[in-house]
Design a protein around this ligand. Sequence first.
Ligand code: FES
Length: 571
Amino acid sequence: MRPRRSAQWYAGEDRNSYIHRAWMRRGLPGDAFAGRPHVAIANTASDLTPCNAHLDEVARSVSAGIYQAGGIPLNLPVVSLGETQVRPTAMLWRNMAAMAIEEMLRANPIDGVVLLGGCDKTIPALLMGAASVDLPAVVVPGGPMLTGTFRGVPLGCGTDVWKLSEEVRAGTLPAAEFQRSESSMIRSRGHCNTMGTASTMGLLAEVLGMTLPGVAGTPAPDSRLLEAAHATGVLAVEMVDAGRRPSEVIGHGSFRNAIVALAALGGSTNAVVHLLAIAGRLGVPLTQDDFDRIGADVPLLVDLLPAGRFLMDDLFRAGGLHAVLAEVRDLLDPAALTVTGRPLVEHLAGAVTHDREVIRPRAQPLQAHAGIAVLYGNLAPDGAVVKPAAASPHLLRHRGPAVVFDSVEDLHARLDDPDLEVTADSVLVLRGCGPKGYPGMPEVANMPLPAKLLALGVRDMVRICDGRMSGTAYGTVVLHVSPEAAAGGPLARVRTGDMIVLDVAGRRLDVDVPAGEWAAREPSAEAARAYAAPRRGWERLYVDTVGQANTGADQDFLLGASGDHVARGSH
Ligand code: FES
């Protein structure tokens, strides 16, 4: 039998092993310390993360599976992040959660871990932390909520909030009706049911090889989720016995597969920063350009909001992730492994598509080129990201005058001013929203459109921002501009009236200002003022050490794996 890591605490007859065992005995079987694998269940259940509130029930099924397989299950509540609740933005806390998870996995006497997540940042944080510790680890994605309905039609959470609120601003939906839709939108346990960030990262956790094959996308209230949770508990014990660690499961081929899947699924742009951050923890040389190089020509096959019509339980009914991956199987790395020890592609053998409206055949895609485009130019020396599948085709090549906002507060104060000089050809520029500038890189890049243009029927404009965009949002939005304004990026020097030139096909984002004038121009004093605010605690540490979006916005001191070794004991 492979020596257990937990034996470093429990084996022996000295005073310290006595202390470690004695305090843990309460209710554990007599042979708990005789070589049985100790498997933590890192649980992000929280009443303040409503998308994950059901994970305690999932944890009980995992626990039963671990126990059945001969392991000792140990519940480990970890930092949880409720996307809709946490201020100023859950992204500010992703790296803190990942760091706390990493440290608690390393500090405790465990041999492996089952990771329970769901809401946007929770699966990325769990994967980042587990990758750094590199103990055998497997994810159970909490699953999406069921489809809500309003006025007899389905409601997609997130996406339809933006749509309905724009209707209110345009005067085509009474405010009272908008309020009435609120109680119809969230119908069950689970995370957002569009192809937003939570759905995307749950599915990509499986594509990376880090879940029981076939579980991702199972709706949260579906009994098959609990069945899969039980089987995951059994698998976790097997993984400990086999010593199967994230560094053995996830390699560059796994990220290639994730990029292909991201495009075919029409997944969230947030996956770019999360995958880059996970790769950074594993030391896998993934770059932002890989998303364009590998994914740009992958067709969009899944007709889900925000790019399409259906929702996550439709995808599950239609055949789920495996049916989608089977369509692009030739683009997948055949050697990329999963937690089962077998390649991902081997698990696709039984994939069947039951509804060709939801999952299109490869020959009849929704869009031929669905991946992320990475743009460069004098506005984005280190790159910016745009999702053509969510954009308006007529705006993908555009030249228009900038209307610049120094902060979200500035945007909200002036956007609906009837005197704001803006037309449908204008380019809205919002800065001060990057990792350092906000801080935390919030999902504000999908700026609302000026009310007077909405009233004229304008539904999309080119928007540019150094922040992120909700995975449930849509529009011609250039985001993740790097370096951000607060880190000295050129976005800080743009002025209202400057001509912005966007050329997605040419992968360019430029400002058309004479070179001499541009070089001499000072950054906006207003943007600099917002960044200079005094800070304390995590926020200070975050701002001082966070990287830019093009490298995953992780802390510089958290890059790379540090392993499970702890040099000194506590007694
Ligand atoms: Fe939790 Fe959307 S708010 S997934």
